[in-house]
Design a protein around this ligand. Structure first.
Ligand code: TXA
Ligand code: MG
Length: 312
């Protein structure tokens, strides 16, 4: 059920949940300073309590509600990339409820680029919002995905559906080099060139406690088996979903998707294809192997999600 900013603010203030559109994926929003509302987010999603939530803000001033010391790094990143698909991990203030962070001393924060969601946060203050899907299933990128997971009466804030289709980059900026805990549309190269800070990816630190706590859970997976294929099969089956990207593909069919090198569009639709395959009862999704090097900032994040989805 689509609701106005006004109506959504009322629901949040009552301590209830609203699905919010962002530029990445839909979020399941609650008042960050209402412990019961935040707890209810975990319950509704079936999310493990030790997988922390991102706090969404609408102005950099609100950082002061979440951290005692707003570092130069945080200010620089905020100026360069907010509003936008970049989440920063910073030291949390003691007043930030422990339920949000699963007991961690840090908190993840981002300012989404979405007019209605920013207007809502202006009225309510900071909102926690994990992706608006049942835990373990693909993130919601269309209103209908939320209806499928939470029912048709679930309130969804008005406004444009997510344009990117892949979750934000999560960046730990507590020490240099900064660490990318989850790749997204904002890449290490973009951060380095726009801020001058050094950035490394979490693979180097995977054996330390530095990776995103949520990354050990099975994320981004449909029920159908996802397999990466090197070559396009000569015969396509009607009970399999195919996702191709290379320019020469022209195969067609109800569940055959050709992107011809448009990786932004592929990212935008990926989770919908995953969900559609499940809806159709397909037990297999084949995805043409994505290239290593291409002039696409989304490609690295896309490969990350495909590889997670295809990990058995
Ligand atoms: O694009 C997005 O980030 C979307 C939209 C709604 O903003 N949100 C989203 O939230 O993807 P969620 O909860 O599905 O993923 C948040 C990720 C998880 O992998 C979680 O472990 C990590 O961020 N995270 C949250 N707080 C953290 C912290 N304090 N330290 C390290 N990782 C953290
Ligand atoms: Mg999620």
């Amino acid at each position: 059920m689509i609701v106005s900013v006004e109506k959504a603010a009322g629901i949040i203030k009552k301590g209830e949940l609203v699905a919010i559109p962002t530029e990445t994926v839909y979020g399941l929003a609650a008042d960050a300073f209402n412990v019961d509302a935040v707890k209810n987010t975990f319950k509704q999603k079936g999310r493990p309590a030790d997988n922390p939530l991102i706090v969404h803000i609408s102005s950099t001033d609100q950082l002061e509600l979440l951290t005692v010391f707003v570092s130069e790094a945080a200010k620089t990143i905020a100026e360069s990339f907010w509003p936008g698909p970049l989440t920063i991990v910073i030291n949390k203030r003691v007043n930030v409820p422990d339920v949000i962070t699963g007991g961690l001393a840090s908190v993840a924060v981002r300012m989404p680029e979405h007019p209605e969601t920013l207007a809502l946060i202006n009225k309510t203050g900071p909102l926690t919002a994990p992706s608006a899907n049942m835990s373990g299933s693909p993130s919601a990128t269309r209103a209908v995905h939320i209806e499928n997971d939470f029912g048709v009466d679930f309130p969804i804030l008005e406004g444009q559906a997510p344009s990117l289709g892949i979750e934000s980059t999560v960046l730990d900026i507590r020490e240099e080099p900064f660490t990318i805990l989850r790749p997204g549309a904002v890449t290490a190269a973009m951060i380095e060139s726009q801020t001058g800070f050094k950035v490394q990816s979490s693979e180097k630190k995977l054996n330390s406690d530095k990776h995103s706590p949520g990354m050990r859970y099975t994320h981004y997976k449909p029920a159908a088996k996802v397999s990466v294929i090197d070559e396009i099969p000569s015969e396509l089956k009607s009970n399999i979903t195919y996702i191709f990207h290379s320019a020469e593909t022209s195969e067609s069919g109800e569940s055959v998707y050709n992107y011809k090198g448009d990786f932004n569009k592929l990212a935008h639709n990926l989770y919908d294809h995953f969900r559609q395959a499940d809806y159709l009862g397909h037990s297999q999704i084949f995805i043409e192997k994505l290239p290593d090097d291409e002039n696409s900032s989304i490609l690295f994040a896309l490969k990350d999600r495909v590889s997670r989805a295809s990990n058995s």
